[in-house]
Design a protein around this ligand. Structure first.
Ligand SMILES: O=P(O)(O)OC[C@H]1O[C@H](O)[C@H](O)[C@@H](O)[C@@H]1O
Length: 320
C-alpha cells in the first residue's frame, strides 16, 4: 500500500496510451482512469463523495447530505482533524465543533499528477491519478482561526488506482508553537446489506465502546457482525494488517483497508433510531447500506513540534 514508487507520467512519450482525465466544475474535482474507475472530491472539506470501481459505487452518500457547504457532508470520506468526536474540556481544541474544522472548511485544489506504478500488487504498468488538496491556517474562517490559533498546513492526497483508493494526509507545523492533533478518515463504505457482512481483523483488540459509556472491552469475534448501534474505537492495531469487510455468505473480501501511521480504527453504524434522528441521513433505512470503517489516530494525541511534519493514510481496496 501507499506505493511511493510512481514514476513520472508517460504523457507525451507513449502518446497513444489512454491517460486519466480530471475535470473541475462547481467546486468539485472528478478524476477517472481509462480502465473505468473514478473519484469525486468536493472542495468543501476535501470530502471524497464518490468512488466508482468494478462498475459500482463503493462509498455511501446520504440522500439528504448537504453538498452546499452549509454542513459537513454525510457520507463519502469526511476528514476529521484536529480533534475526533466532541472536543475534551480544557484542551486546545475545546472550542472546536465535533470532529474539528477540516470537514467544514473550504480547501484548495493543488493539482493532479498521473503516474504509472512500477510495483503495484497487480502487475506492472497500472495507471494512477493523484489529486492534491491543501488547507492552511490562513484559509480558515475567522472563527476557526480564533478557536485553534496554530499555524499549520495540510496536504491531502487522493490517489485512484485500478484496484484501490488511497487517501493520505500530511500535517505540517508552520508556526513556532507545538500543537496536538487527532486525525481520522471517516470512510462510509457502501454495502448491499449490513446483515450480510462481517468485519475481520479486529479479534483480541482493545476497543472503547462509545455506546456503553466509553468502557473498554476486548474484541472476542474473529468476524464481527453488526446487529445494533455500533460505535467502537479499536486501538493499537498493526496498520499493515488489513481490516477486512467480508461477505458473510462466502467470506470473500468486499473491502480491505490497510493503513500507514494510523493505529486506530473506528467502526460505526448508527442503526435504526440514530439514523432516524440525523436530519441529513436518508433514507431512514439506509443504515442497512453503510458501514463506517474509519482509519485514524484518535486514541491519543499526536504532538507536532514547530517545523515538523507528520503523515498518515489509508488504502481501501474493493472486491479484490
Ligand atoms: O454526526 P457526526 O458528527 O458526523 O459523527 C458521526 C459519528 O462519527 C464517528 O464515527 C463517531 O465515533 C460517532 O460517535 C459519531 O456519531
Amino acid at each position: 500500500m501507499m506505493d511511493r514508487s510512481h514514476k513520472p507520467s508517460a504523457i507525451g512519450v507513449g502518446a497513444s496510451l489512454p491517460q486519466p482525465t480530471v475535470s473541475i466544475k462547481d467546486h468539485t474535482i472528478e478524476a477517472s482512469l481509462p480502465t473505468g474507475q473514478s473519484v469525486t472530491v468536493q472542495l468543501y472539506g476535501a470530502t471524497v463523495t464518490s468512488w466508482k470501481s468494478n462498475g459500482q459505487e463503493q462509498l455511501f452518500l446520504s440522500e439528504k447530505a448537504h453538498l452546499d457547504g452549509s454542513k459537513p457532508i454525510r457520507g463519502g470520506i469526511p476528514l476529521v482533524f484536529p480533534v475526533f468526536g466532541a472536543p475534551p474540556k480544557n484542551h486546545a481544541t475545546s472550542a472546536l465543533p465535533q470532529h474539528g474544522f477540516a470537514r467544514n472548511s473550504h480547501w484548495e485544489f493543488l493539482g493532479k499528477s498521473s503516474s504509472e506504478s512500477m510495483e503495484r500488487d497487480h502487475g506492472q504498468g497500472d495507471l494512477a491519478v493523484k489529486l492534491d488538496f491543501g488547507l492552511s491556517h490562513t484559509m480558515l474562517s475567522k472563527e476557526f482561526r480564533k478557536t485553534w490559533p496554530y499555524e499549520f498546513g495540510l496536504v491531502y492526497s487522493v490517489t485512484l488506482t485500478k484496484d484501490a483508493l488511497e487517501t493520505t494526509l500530511q500535517v505540517r507545523n508552520e508556526g513556532k508553537q507545538n500543537f496536538d492533533f487527532q486525525v481520522l478518515m471517516h470512510t462510509y463504505l457502501n454495502v448491499e446489506d449490513i446483515s450480510n457482512i462481517r468485519i475481520k481483523g479486529l479479534e483480541s483488540k482493545t476497543y472503547v465502546d462509545k455506546t456503553r459509556n466509553a468502557t473498554s472491552h476486548t474484541e472476542a469475534s474473529p468476524a464481527l457482525s453488526i446487529t445494533q448501534e455500533t460505535d467502537r474505537v479499536y486501538q493499537d492495531l498493526d496498520p499493515t494488517v488489513p481490516v477486512v469487510v467480508a461477505s458473510a455468505a462466502d467470506d470473500k473480501p468486499v473491502f480491505s483497508i490497510t493503513r500507514e501511521a494510523f493505529n486506530d480504527v473506528v467502526v460505526w453504524n448508527p442503526w435504526i433510531e440514530k439514523a432516524k434522528g440525523m436530519a441529513d441521513f436518508g433514507p431512514d433505512e439506509a443504515y442497512k447500506n453503510m458501514i463506517c470503517v474509519e482509519a485514524g489516530s484518535v486514541s491519543t494525541w499526536q504532538t507536532l513540534e514547530a517545523g515538523d511534519s507528520w503523515e498518515g493514510g489509508q488504502s481501501v481496496k474493493s472486491r479484490i
